[in-house]
Design a protein around this ligand. Structure first.
Ligand SMILES: [Fe+2]
Ligand SMILES: [Fe+2]
Length: 169
């Protein structure tokens, strides 16, 4: 049973990689690895998490999983560290979806669904609602992954800090 599951997972991962390989292999997408998104998770790892989970959900729901995987991989393609004052103009939460879309259009050719996924992923904070089911899925998966990343970082901090101080004594 485990063997069957492993084969299924490998097939799924390889089909997922086929959808995003031309994007993820580029230097500019890899450069997201230098920016922290939540806790100790980089923008690249966060986008990969959202992309793979959105791919799985869309595949399950018989939606356009390829556009979901590609749009999700670029949904936080804003290319700066939002924690550093002066790294960006205006309020990051409200503006970064537009900036990510502008960057993504500069480097890659996107279809309308991928564009919508990037520009509407912060809905309802930004007023622009998703126009496609895939955009709605990515927006929900993004919120789920972000919350999980933040909570797990806070938990690790609470658990490791007392342990470290205990060790130093
Ligand atoms: Fe975002
Ligand atoms: Fe995100």
């Amino acid at each position: 049973m485990d063997f069957v599951r492993t084969i299924k997972n490998e097939k799924l991962l390889s089909s997922y990689n086929n959808c995003i390989s031309d994007l993820i292999e580029t230097e500019i997408v890899q450069s997201m690895n230098q920016y922290i998104q939540h806790g100790d998770i980089t923008c690249l790892d966060h986008c990969k998490n959202v992309s793979l989970k959105s791919y799985k959900v869309c595949k399950l729901l018989n939606l356009d999983y390829k556009s979901a995987a590609r749009g999700a991989l670029l949904h936080d393609f804003f290319l700066y560290d939002w924690h550093i004052p002066g790294s960006h103009v205006g309020l990051h939460g409200f503006r970064h979806s537009k900036i990510s879309l502008k960057n993504a259009e500069k480097y890659f050719e996107l279809n309308n669904k991928e564009k919508d996924i990037i520009s509407s992923h912060m809905w309802p904070l930004t007023l622009r609602p998703p126009r496609f089911k895939e955009s709605f899925v990515v927006s929900l998966v993004d919120k789920f992954c972000s919350s999980k990343e933040i909570v797990s970082h806070m938990f690790n901090k609470c658990v490791t800090v007392p342990f470290k101080s205990g060790q130093s004594r």
